[in-house]
Ligand binder design. Structure first.
Ligand SMILES: [Fe+2]
Length: 729
C-alpha cells in the first residue's frame, strides 16, 4: 500500500504467535511517526475493556524485557497475488511472439487487469472488459467483450511478417464456440524485450499492480504466432505441484515461477467436467489458479527488534506493547514452557489456528457508531471493516465475491489485540476469541490456579508429547479449527488418561490444512454444509495444501461428540441465557458443591449469560459416549437460535428426529474414560464470559473450580495472588 492510503499510523506483528524459553520472537513495526517508538513487555491478565469488569489488566515485565526505543519507519505492504519468474525471458519482435492463456474472469474492475506481462508487453483485460494486448502505447482489443465467469482462450502477439499486433479470443464451453480476431498495424521499433515474466499482474516501479481477478490456466510465451512445443519460450502448467508455491514451466527452458501472496490452487480449470472431485486424481482438470487483487499472506516487513525468552519466564499470555506519540499498538504472543518441563498441573490450550482463521474478520454488521463506546471504554480503536487493505479473514469474501480460503498471522490482525470488541453494538463486553478467552485467563489468576499454555502450533507439531505431563488440559471458548494432528493430539491425551475440559461451544468443527513451506499459512475449504461464511465451489472441496477432503470434521467421520461428548447444534445472536441443573445423582454432587439452586449462569460479560450464541449438545448417534452425564442444559433462549444446517433435513424433519425446539440448547456434560481420565464440557461459547462476574464469585465459577480442583489434584497449585500493578488505560 502506498503511504497515503488508509493506513494505521503505528502497527506491528510478531513473526510467531508462540515461543518457548530460549527461543526468540521477532517484532515488525510500521510507524509513520518521526520520533522513535517505545516498546515494553507485559503479561496479559484481562483483555476485556469493559469498566464493569476488571478492565484491561496487564502485569509489567521489565525484568524480562527492559523498555526500549527503536527508530520509526514506515513499512509498506502489497496485497494481490501473482506469479513471477526468477529468470528473465526474451521476446524478439523480429521473430514475432505470442502470449497465450485461458482465463475465467470474476471481477469487472473498471481498470486494466493484467493476465501476463513481460516488460511493457502485456496481455490484459481492459477496464471496459475487453481482452487486449498492449506493447507500450500500442494496443489491440478483441472486438467482443468478455463476460464474467466464462472460460476464454486468448492468443495475442506480434506477427513479424505482417507487422501487425493481433489478438484471438475463443469462448469455451459453448455449443458453437465464438472466435473473434482483432489486429492493427504496428511498427515495433524497440528491439528485444528481456524481463522477468509476471502472471496475473504487471510491475511498476518494482511493485506488482493491475492484478487479475479470476482464474488463469496454461499461460505461455512463444516465438512466432502459433503455439507449439518447439516455439515455446515458457509454458506454465498449473496442474503440477499444486500443493506448492512453485509454478512449473513445462517447456525445455524450465523458467519456473514463484507464487506471491498465496492465490488459490486446486481450483477447477476449463477441462473440469465434474467426473472427478479430487484434484489428486485428475490434476489436468485442476490446471487453473484463482488470483485475487486482495490476496495477502505475509507482509514481509523487516524485523525492528527481537525478544529472546528467558528460561525463567512463566508460561502465559504476553503482549509486546509499543507507543509513538499518541499512537499505541499491542502484539500478543504466547510463552509455552520448555519442552518436557511443565510448571503446572494444568495446561490451557490456546486456539491460535482459530484466531488466525478469524484474523481481521470484517463483520457485515459493523457500524461506525460502535466507536462511541469504544472511545468511552478506551477499547482498541481499529476495525478490520475500515482497514480492508490489510487483508480480511476467511469469514469474508474477496473483492470478486469468492470466499477467502487462506489465513495467516504474518500481518497485523486488528482483532487479535487487547481491548478489541467484536460486537461493538452489544450491551455486554461484546468479545470473542483472544479477548473473550481472557475471561478464563483472568479467572485462573483470580483463583490462584497455576497454568501453562500450549498453542495449536505445538499441538500440531509435537502431538501428545506437549500435553502428556499435564494432569488436566482445558480449552478456551472457541477451539473451532483443527488439523488432523492437533485433533489427534487432544484425542491421544484424553485416551491416555488425561483429564480434558472443553470450555466453549462450536469446537472441533472445521478441518484446516497447514502449508508445508509457507509458515503460518492456513487453508479452509468450506464444503457441503455447516454454519459457514461462504460456500466452496463445486469440485473444490479438497485442500490444495495437503490434498485432503476439507470441511466439517463431522463429514470426515470425526464429529466433536466423539471427543468431548457434545457437538454444535444451535446458533443465535450474541445473547446468553442460563443452564438448569439436570443431574441430581449424588455421584456428581462434587461438581455442584457450593452451588445453590438449579439456575446456573444467568449473568455474564458475554451475551449476558453462560449459555448462548453457539451451543453444543449430546447426540449418541454422533458419538456421545454411553456414559455421558448431562449435568445441566440451557433454556430460555429468547433470541430464537437456529438449528445448524447439518442437523436439518426437510422443513418438517431433522437429523435427530426430535422437535427442533428440543435441540436448541447447550448441554453441560461429564464422562469418565476407560484409561482413567475424564471430560467436562460446557457446551456454550459464552460460558467463560460468566466466570469474572461478581468479582469471580458466582455459580459458574464455583462449578469450574470444583472441576479443576478434581482434575488437577492439589500438587502444584499456587494460591498466591497475581501481581497486578498496572492497569493500562
Ligand atoms: Fe466460529
Amino acid at each position: 500500500m502506498a503511504k497515503d492510503d488508509c493506513i494505521v499510523p503505528l502497527v506491528g506483528y510478531s513473526d510467531r504467535l508462540s515461543v518457548r524459553p530460549g527461543e526468540t520472537v521477532g517484532f515488525k513495526v510500521s510507524s509513520t511517526g518521526t520520533e522513535p517508538f517505545t516498546a515494553w513487555l507485559t503479561r496479559s491478565i484481562s483483555a476485556d475493556p469493559n469498566p464493569a469488569g476488571m478492565g484491561i489488566v496487564e502485569e509489567p515485565m521489565e525484568e524480562a524485557f527492559a523498555e526500549q526505543a527503536f527508530p520509526s519507519r514506515y513499512q509498506p505492504f502489497h496485497p494481490g497475488s501473482h506469479a513471477i519468474t526468477e529468470e528473465r525471458v526474451s521476446l524478439r519482435p523480429g521473430d514475432g511472439f505470442l502470449m497465450a492463456a485461458t482465463i475465467y474472469p470474476t471481477l469487472a474492475r473498471g481498470s486494466p487487469q493484467t493476465i501476463l506481462s513481460v516488460g511493457d508487453v502485456n496481455l490484459l483485460v481492459s477496464g471496459d472488459g475487453a481482452a487486449a494486448i498492449s506493447v507500450g502505447r500500442d494496443v489491440v482489443f478483441a472486438p467482443t467483450g468478455i463476460r464474467l465467469r466464462r472460460w476464454y482462450e486468448l492468443e495475442a502477439g506480434f506477427d513479424a511478417d505482417s507487422g501487425r499486433l493481433f489478438i484471438r479470443q475463443r469462448e469455451l464451453g459453448t455449443p458453437c464456440p465464438a472466435e473473434v480476431h482483432g489486429s492493427r498495424r504496428c511498427s515495433l521499433t524497440k528491439g528485444e524485450v528481456r524481463q522477468r515474466a509476471i502472471i496475473a499482474a504487471r510491475m511498476k516501479d518494482g511493485v506488482a499492480c493491475e492484478h487479475f481477478n479470476g482464474k488463469i490456466e496454461a499461460p505461455g510465451l512463444y516465438r512466432g504466432t502459433e503455439r507449439s512445443d518447439g516455439s515455446a519460450i515458457a509454458r506454465w502448467d498449473f496442474s503440477r505441484d499444486i500443493s506448492t508455491t512453485t509454478v512449473r514451466d513445462s517447456s525445455t527452458n524450465q523458467v519456473d515461477a514463484r507464487l506471491v501472496n498465496l492465490p488459490a490452487r486446486a481450483v477447477t480449470g476449463s477441462r473440469w467436467d465434474a467426473t472427478e472431485m479430487c484434484w489428486r486424481h485428475a490434476p489436468e482438470h485442476y490446471g487453473a489458479i484463482h488470483f485475487h487483487e486482495d490476496d495477502i499472506y505475509d507482509f514481509q516487513w523487516e524485523t525492528d527488534f527481537a525478544f529472546r525468552v528467558p528460561e525463567d519466564l512463566p508460561s502465559g499470555v504476553y503482549v509486546m506493547r509499543i507507543s509513538c506519540g499518541e499512537h499505541r499498538d499491542a502484539m500478543p504472543f504466547y510463552v509455552c514452557p520448555s519442552r518436557g518441563k511443565p510448571r503446572a498441573n494444568l495446561c490451557v490450550l490456546i486456539p491460535t489456528f482459530t484466531y488466525a482463521v478469524y484474523g481481521n474478520h470484517a463483520r457485515p454488521d459493523h457500524d461506525s457508531s460502535w466507536k462511541d463506546r469504544d472511545r468511552e471504554w478506551n477499547a482498541y480503536p481499529y476495525n478490520p471493516a475500515e482497514y480492508r487493505s490489510y487483508g480480511l479473514s476467511t469469514y469474508n469474501f474477496h473483492s470478486d465475491g469468492s470466499g477467502i480460503c487462506h489465513a495467516s498471522h504474518r500481518r497485523p490482525l486488528f482483532n487479535l489485540r487487547p481491548g478489541y470488541r467484536t460486537f461493538g453494538g452489544s450491551d455486554c463486553s461484546g468479545l470473542r476469541h483472544f479477548q473473550a478467552d481472557s475471561h478464563l485467563i483472568s479467572w485462573l489468576h483470580a483463583k490462584g490456579i497455576a497454568y501453562d499454555v500450549i498453542t495449536d502450533r505445538e499441538l500440531h507439531e509435537e502431538g501428545l508429547a506437549c500435553l502428556a505431563d499435564y494432569r488436566a488440559v482445558m480449552t478456551t471458548s472457541h477451539p473451532e479449527y483443527h488439523t488432523d494432528r492437533s485433533l489427534d493430539a487432544i484425542r491421544a491425551y484424553r485416551d491416555s488418561g488425561g483429564n480434558l475440559m472443553y470450555l466453549g461451544g462450536n469446537g472441533f468443527y472445521w478441518r484446516i490444512a497447514l502449508h508445508e513451506t509457507e509458515t503460518g499459512a492456513i487453508e479452509i475449504r468450506r464444503t457441503e454444509g455447516g454454519i459457514r461464511a461462504w460456500a466452496a465451489e463445486p469440485g473444490e472441496y479438497y485442500n490444495a495444501f495437503d490434498g485432503a477432503y476439507g470441511g466439517l470434521w463431522r463429514r470426515r467421520g470425526r464429529p466433536p461428540q466423539e471427543l468431548v461428548g457434545i457437538g454444535f447444534t444451535a446458533q443465535g445472536e450474541f445473547h446468553g441465557s442460563h443452564y438448569r441443573r439436570k443431574c441430581f445423582d449424588p455421584a456428581y454432587d462434587w461438581i455442584f458443591e457450593g452451588v445453590h439452586g438449579d439456575i446456573i449462569g444467568d449473568f455474564g460479560f458475554s451475551g449476558g449469560g453462560a449459555a448462548g450464541f453457539e451451543m453444543d449438545r449430546v447426540d449418541h448417534r454422533l458419538g456421545s459416549p454411553d456414559n455421558v452425564v448431562v449435568l445441566a442444559s440451557s433454556e430460555g433462549h429468547e433470541d430464537r437460535p437456529i438449528l445448524v444446517h447439518e442437523e436439518q433435513l426437510t422443513h418438517l424433519t431433522n437429523w435427530p428426529g426430535e422437535p427442533t425446539g428440543n435441540l436448541l440448547r447447550a448441554d453441560m456434560v461429564y464422562f469418565d474414560l476407560p484409561a482413567g481420565g475424564c471430560v467436562f464440557s460446557a457446551g456454550s461459547i459464552t460460558f467463560c464470559g460468566s466466570l469474572p462476574w461478581n468479582g469471580f464469585s458466582n455459580n459458574v465459577s464455583t462449578i469450574l473450580e470444583n472441576v479443576v480442583n478434581r482434575m488437577t489434584g492439589s500438587g502444584l497449585r499456587d494460591r498466591s495472588r497475581p501481581r497486578v500493578e498496572r492497569s493500562l488505560d
